[in-house]
Design a protein around this ligand. Structure first.
Ligand code: PLZ
Length: 458
């Protein structure tokens, strides 16, 4: 017989949880602190913690911790629980699948769920061309496979990525990720044939007339690529349509299209890394949809399966077909539980109108953040799309990043029961990724807490 060594009851998550911010202890409370001590003694130090409250249940727009505090979730586990935690359709679909079978390995004895997810991704991703899909577990794994596929199609080796990019923590994706600390430091040598080009970063591109426009920024990047790599050596350009970890950077209009056009003209595979931006997050099913850009390959993960590990590469049938039979795979890729979850997520997004809900959330929060910016000169920029929003913090009157302020505001919000994340090459960006199942009341309360946090931190 096993006994539960922890003193707190197991709560059931999902939207049935009381949708309120409720603090009954300091944050973190005593039960969380005790668990955090056990973590320090049991878990490798390399795994950091944003906010050490230990979770008992979550759903709708809240996370309930083991001390009974109910926190507002503006992080969605880094853009994963877009449909909410333990969303009803997801919980039901996964429970049914657990009862039927949990794993056979799709490469050994296949099953319909995988095929249906592939069909759905082929339907939902941009472009009307014939497509194929392959499934994996993590974002990084899918990015790696997109590169494998592009190399095998083009018979070229080089990969171009951008300043501030984040693509993962595996060896190839560490090479593709821009930021040294915390992602790469001491972990080299990194994969070769990865080259970095300049991004369009409107807030930092400078210029009295509002900076470099998107087409000009694309030309600047293409010039670097042609001089330093050469299209004939280049298999793929991999880009996040809105950069995530790098600081929620929305490139100037025309930048993505300029790169995509150049790829089409040179036979380079244009890969959109929509791991963070995909699946309704930005107020479109995919962020490239805002620009009408059709990537050759699109990489998805995170929001695809409501918290179960699943990722995918979807793209033009002729490119996807380049890898030889048996050349792609993995034990767990497209695991039946994750596929069941993904199908339920897609149904939820479509039937509950979550693309529109992301736009609504974006409108509400942008108004609040813009008002904050108008009275607080430390807020240099408000940006993002849909329910993927951020503020970039600077020393007043300059573009000088203020990472300390971002950390202090985040800590103040945490103490009041609002889960927010930071990001950015300079660590000075506060980002907001609420689940689309959050209520208007919780969202307004979270914005009030943020306003107060900015007031309190001087
Ligand atoms: N591509 C665009 O955002 C993951 C990383 C958190 P995995 N971003 C969160 C951390 O510190 O590890 C991400 C992403 C983009 C790829 C990835 C990688 O996805 O599922 O974490 O491998």
């Amino acid at each position: 017989m096993t006994t539960n060594p922890t003193p707190y009851p197991t709560l059931v998550g999902g939207p049935g949880l009381a949708q309120e911010r409720r603090l009954v202890t300091e944050i973190p409370g005593p039960a969380s602190r005790a668990l955090h001590e056990r973590k320090a003694a049991a878990v490798a130090r390399g795994i950091g913690t944003t906010l050490p409250v230990y979770v008992a249940a979550a759903g709708g727009g809240v996370i309930v911790d083991v001390d009974g505090n109910s926190l507002i979730d503006l992080g969605s586990g880094i853009a994963v629980t877009t449909v909410g935690n333990s969303a009803p359709r997801v919980a039901e679909a996964v429970a049914q699948q657990v009862g039927a079978f949990t794993h056979t390995c799709f490469m050994v004895t296949p099953y319909e769920g995988y095929v249906r997810v592939a069909e759905e991704l082929n339907r939902l991703t941009p472009g009307t061309h014939e497509k194929r899909t392959v499934l994996f577990n993590s974002g990084a794994e899918a990015v790696e496979n997109a590169v494998k596929i592009a190399r095998s199609h083009t018979k070229r080796q080089a990969v171009v990525v951008f300043d501030h990019a984040y693509h993962g923590r595996t060896n190839l994706t560490m090479a593709m990720t821009a930021k040294n600390l915390p992602y790469k430091h001491g972990f080299g040598p990194f994969a070769s044939e990865v080259y970095r080009a300049p991004l369009s970063y409107p807030f930092r591109d400078g210029g009295v007339d509002g900076g470099v426009d998107g087409r000009a920024a694309a030309a600047r990047a293409i010039d670097v690529i042609e001089k330093q790599v050469g299209a004939d050596n280049l298999a793929a350009i991999v880009i996040e349509p809105i950069q995530g970890e790098g600081g929620f950077i929305v490139p100037a209009p025309g930048f993505l299209a300029g790169l995509a056009d150049w790829c089409a003209a040179t036979g380079v595979v244009f890969v959109a890394d929509e791991v963070q931006t995909g699946f309704a997050r930005t107020g479109a099913m995919f962020a490239v949809d805002h620009e009408g850009v059709v990537p050759d390959l699109i990489v998805t993960a995170k929001g695809i399966a409501g918290g179960l590990p699943l990722s995918a590469v979807t793209g033009r049938a002729e490119i996807m077909g380049a890898a030889h039979v048996g050349g792609l795979g993995g034990t767990y890729g497209g695991n039946p539980l994750a596929c069941a979850a993904a199908l339920a997520v897609i149904e939820t997004i479509e039937q509950d109108g979550l693309v529109d809900r992301a736009l609504e959330i974006g409108k509400t929060m942008t108004e609040r953040l813009t008002a904050l910016q108008q009275r607080d000169p430390r807020v240099g920029d408000v940006r993002g799309r849909g329910a993927m929003l951020a503020v970039e913090l600077v020393r007043p009157g300059t573009h000088e990043p203020d990472a300390t302020l971002a950390g202090r505001v985040a800590a103040a919000a945490h103490a009041q029961g609002v889960v927010v994340l930071t990001c950015g090459t300079y660590g000075n960006v506060l980002r907001f990724l609420p689940p689309l199942s959050i209520t208007d009341e919780l969202l307004a309360d979270a914005c009030d807490v943020l306003d107060a946090a900015f007031e309190a931190v001087r």
